[in-house]
Design a protein around this ligand. Sequence first.
Ligand SMILES: [Zn+2]
Length: 440
Amino acid sequence: MTTLFNFLKKYALVILIAFCIGAFVGYKTLERLGIAALINSIPIPEGSIADKDAFVKTLPEGSALVQKALLPVNKKAKNIILLIADGMSLSQVTSYRLLQGGPDARLSMDKFPISGIVLTHSADAIVTDSASSATAFSTGQKTNNGALGLDQNKEVLENLTEKIHDYGFISSLISTSEITHATPAAFASHVDLRWKTDEISKQMMDSNVMTILGGGRHFFITEEMGGKREDGLNLMEQIKGSHTVLTKKEELSNFDTSNRGKVVGLFADEHLRDIERPDNHSSEPTTSEMLDFAINRSLDFNQNGCNGFFIMVEGSQVDWAGHANNVEYLVQEMKDFDDAVSTAHKFALENEDTLVIVTADHETGGLLIEPETPTNYTSPEVKFSFNTGIGYGSHTGVPVPVYAYGPGSENFTGTLDNTDIYYAMVEALDLSSQSGSCVK
Ligand SMILES: [Zn+2]
């Protein structure tokens, strides 16, 4: 032991220099692999919770993933509305329920008759990111963190919107982040890294998705124009021939439904309800308003030859509230999301042919609900605390809930892998006739 200590003491400087060189070479290697963007995008936490009781374990070698056996769905769904709250597990649902109306309040999602548990790991990580998890939902395949619509070998995976397009269905994507963000992007692009927004926005505009609503104007214009595109392409100009571009919420209610071309709604420079751009908020729609628009538009398509519709709705900023360790932000975003769930549920109650699924891609923040004083369970004060990083939290590996209502909902119960969500959606739809595109 003394010999080792003397050795370390003698060569301390050499060891330090070797460590620095090693770290530099390691970083450069990662940079070459294109992962630096991923690293740079993660803010450095101000601190970490060092004094919690933690156990670091190496996991045993896992067994191969087997797709869950599906119950055959005889009464098929015509339409599917899939609502994904990014970063929402049971503690986020519970926090919102408690703070919105106390323990006996019930959220819209609480009213669904079917619920289950979804396992969220990706192909290369126990703790998934939003890209691989959304790819699991959109393609039924596990992929690496960061990848969109590609498998581990970067081979293109057919996604749900592409698949059902050939069977006469139309698709819509809605998010409260920029539309190029991971969850919507996994349903309309195939890119190896989710940060390649120039490529993602282009692919999304080239996709067959008829309605895409959210934020992200800056991802359609060049840096010279004040935007965020690094490739110098004025995509906003380029899509004028192919898309109707909406920028204000009034344009949703004034929209001429006889326009059956592609629509993209870019209601904010980046995400909706951006605290750095408060002046814009009055012209931004709620998630429920965007969903209402997509439903009405889709019904019009159904009346004009389409077999049904798929709408994906993302409550993007539930995740951001978890990263920010901010419970007020969480409640605001959970409310916006649950209001959209209510809109979808009401529609499905009136239209028995629609399957509504509510789920999440992973948990964010390690949110805990405790009595204010650990020894006083009956204290009227409840403590909501985030338990990953102080100042900036991360995703966790706990499962998330899934809630379902409508035809085909029977497959959304028990324990599911996130890839099983895809297969349960496909089973719910009538894909017996490959009638081709229903859009003229
Ligand atoms: Zn996510």
